[in-house]
Design a binder for this molecule. Structure first.
Ligand SMILES: [Zn+2]
Length: 201
């Protein structure tokens, strides 16, 4: 259910959007943040990483957003990027697969932040991966990260065999997570695996 958002989710100023024909016809989600806040996020114009698309740079505004959303668990902020995510993903033909959290991390963090972003933007997704290592990747050296045999397991090979997959994560940092997820899916028979992240770190 879409909540009625009348004030900017980030600065709480009233939103003066006009809900008009455009939203009605194109079934676009209404704005959830004000123009001022939107302009603080920096869009990525050119894509550098092969096979991975990201929408925003990791600037101060984004750091602040992630802190509030992921660590302070302000779950309403899942709606901040509704419009942008919807625009980019609504015509996606591949199966959308979020990077899962490890069960233990999920318990501690209480909500799956990537899933919630997609739900808020009305993007259908499926879970086909299980995270099998709870070790904090960022605490390890690059060499160690690359040597980790497997971080993910495919739940049911038959469901992804010969399918195109679009992996979704919130932030692209080292790329290790996506590389491992891609490898697991390809080894299980996926035809084609691409990646999409909200932020490029
Ligand atoms: Zn604002």
């Amino acid at each position: 259910m879409q909540q009625k958002i009348t004030n900017c989710l980030l600065c709480d100023r009233p939103l003066h959007f006009t809900f008009g024909w455009k939203e009605l016809f194109k079934r676009e989600l209404p704005k959830t943040i004000c123009q001022r806040c939107e302009e603080k996020f920096q869009r990525i114009e050119t894509q550098r990483e092969e096979g991975a698309i990201s929408l925003f740079h990791y600037n101060e505004a984004m750091k602040d957003f992630l802190h509030r959303y992921k660590f302070l668990q302000d779950t309403l902020l899942a709606h901040v990027f509704n419009q942008m995510l919807q625009q980019h993903l609504k015509n996606e033909k591949s199966i959308i697969v979020p990077i899962p959290m490890h069960v233990e991390s999920l318990k501690k963090r209480t909500f799956a932040h990537v899933d919630e972003l997609l739900k808020a933007a009305h993007i259908p997704f499926e879970h086909h991966l299980i995270k099998i290592s709870a070790e904090q990747q960022s605490l390890r050296s690059r060499q160690e990260r690359l040597q980790t045999p497997q971080l993910f397991k495919v739940i049911e090979h038959s469901k992804i065999k010969n399918k195109s997959i679009l992996l979704i994560d919130d932030i692209y940092t080292t790329g290790t997570t996506l590389v491992h997820a891609k490898k697991a899916l390809e080894e299980a028979g996926a035809q084609d695996v691409r990646a999409f992240t909200l932020i490029h770190g």
